[in-house]
Design a protein around this ligand. Structure first.
Ligand code: CA
Ligand code: CA
Ligand code: ZN
Ligand code: ZN
Length: 451
């Protein structure tokens, strides 16, 4: 890979092949160099490194989930590389010029998208952005294939764009691949989402390791929530330029810390042999073979899944997700067609319009709804048995059946309940499964108990 000038970014959708992906992901400058340096053992190590980054089982093999993670968009800049000297603009008002347009969107639409993308950064800083048709600090262009900067584009897919650090000439310039299906919606590639990320680079920002950040290297677009800078993005840009003179409104969203003793969950579900914990836009996967439990966006595994969910459970490899009066079903990595559907499908009493917690037992194959008043799980199917949960306080945030036991999550605590003994057998912090000091083996223990 030739580095040209201070080009810092390539926004990737997917690699033309996996090896190229690993080279990009793992900070090795060329494939040849990489092969010579690592050989086939190195390949496994690099796959593992990449799997750790995405919070997958570190098998070192290109299994289905790994390949799926690779097909998600990402920025081609190494995730671990640090920039040397800080580069930033010295003026507070920056000019930008759009020197060419995409044929996929009308020019006024494109101008509107860029204006909105600059506004995202302007709100957090003292910076102002003005569009001009003459000489500008930042030139934005759509380019096809080789465009004379040593980093040719590759047609639809692959590289989406790249940007240059602040500086004279090419500095701060943003190049987008004109052959992408750019849109202002969810089909193709959302120009706004890519522009906000690339503009961040044009202002001097590197990639962030915060999965909730706009500057996180993977392409992420959530049609259901307004795109906003994360707490980390705001801190990073303010380190370069200082605060906005305008008093901020709502504080930027903080990415939850899995080891925060106050952490609570929206929902928890089993998923084959692992447990998945949901909170806001994020999730953690506790898998017996995962060396590390990473914070990842729900969207990075299931792109159509709602966020801020109410409850979830697994039935035979299918995860059922509840939010408000709707529910969704996902099988493996795919959202099933025909969803969301209304929870009235479950024959709940009519007055029930949302679900606090859902539980599913493989043996009885039934859904229960936790009733706050009666402190019990009401069977979703009236002809089936009622279960009682003595000594479990209400309300509960979520519950999950795992290893023959039931775990009730209440704020930052969880209660382990043995349905056979009909009493609480353990009390723990809610995040006890997420490997925060001293709790490393909890998921393995639960599995051992079950077998
Ligand atoms: Ca491309
Ligand atoms: Ca420039
Ligand atoms: Zn990037
Ligand atoms: Zn370029």
């Amino acid at each position: 890979m030739t580095y040209y000038g201070n080009r810092i970014d390539r926004y990737e959708t997917y690699p033309k092949n996996c090896l190229l992906y690993l080279v990009l992901c793992c900070n090795v400058s060329s494939f040849i160099q990489w092969l010579a340096a690592f050989g086939s053992k190195g390949f496994t190590a690099k796959v593992k490194e990449m799997q750790r980054f995405f919070g997958l089982a570190t098998s070192g093999e290109l299994d289905q989930q790994t390949l799926a993670a690779m097909t998600r968009g990402r920025c081609g800049l190494s995730d671990t590389e640090q920039f040397g000297e800080t580069t930033r603009w010295r003026t507070r008002t920056l000019s930008y010029r759009i020197s060419s347009y995409s044929s996929q969107m009308k020019p006024p639409q494109i101008r509107k998208v860029f204006r909105a993308a600059w506004r995202i950064w302007a709100r957090a800083t003292p910076l102002k952005f003005k569009r001009t048709s003459t000489e500008a600090d930042i030139v934005i262009s759509f380019n096809i294939k080789d465009h004379d900067d040593g980093s040719p584009f590759d047609g639809p897919g692959g590289t989406l764009g790249h940007a240059f650090l602040p500086g004279p000439g090419l500095g701060g310039d943003v190049h987008l691949d004109a052959e992408e299906n750019w849109t202002s919606s969810t089909t193709g590639y959302n120009l706004f989402a890519v522009a906000v990320h690339e503009f961040g680079h044009a202002l001097g920002l590197a990639h962030s390791s915060d999965p909730g950040a706009v500057m996180f290297p993977t392409y992420q677009f959530d049609p259901h929530t307004d795109l906003q800078l994360s707490f980390q993005d705001v801190q990073d840009i303010q380190t370069l330029y200082g605060k906005s003179p305008i008093k901020p409104g709502k504080p930027p969203p903080k990415t939850p810390d899995k080891c925060d003793p106050e952490l609570s969950f929206d929902a928890v579900t089993g998923f084959q042999e692992e447990l998945i914990f949901f909170k806001d836009r994020f999730m953690w996967r506790a898998h017996p073979t995962f060396e590390e439990i990473k914070t990842t966006l729900i969207r990075s595994l299931w792109s159509d899944m709602p966020t801020y969910i109410d409850a979830a459970y697994e039935n035979n490899g299918t995860i059922v997700i509840f939010k408000g009066s709707q529910y969704w079903e996902v099988k493996g990595l795919d959202m099933k067609d025909g969803f969301p559907r209304d929870i009235s499908d479950f024959d709940f009493p009519l007055k029930i319009r949302s679900i606090d917690a859902a539980l599913h037992f493989r043996e009885i194959s039934s859904v229960f709804r936790y009733d706050e008043k009666q402190k019990q799980m009401i069977d979703g199917y009236p002809q089936m048995i009622m279960h009682e949960w003595p000594a479990v306080p209400s309300p509960v945030d979520t519950a999950v059946a795992y290893g023959g036991l039931v775990y009730f999550f209440i704020g930052n605590r969880q209660l382990e309940f043995d349905p056979k003994l009909q009493h609480i057998t353990n009390k723990m912090p809610a995040n006890a499964w997420l490997r925060c000091g001293g709790q490393r083996t909890m998921i393995n223990m639960a599995i051992a108990n079950n077998s």
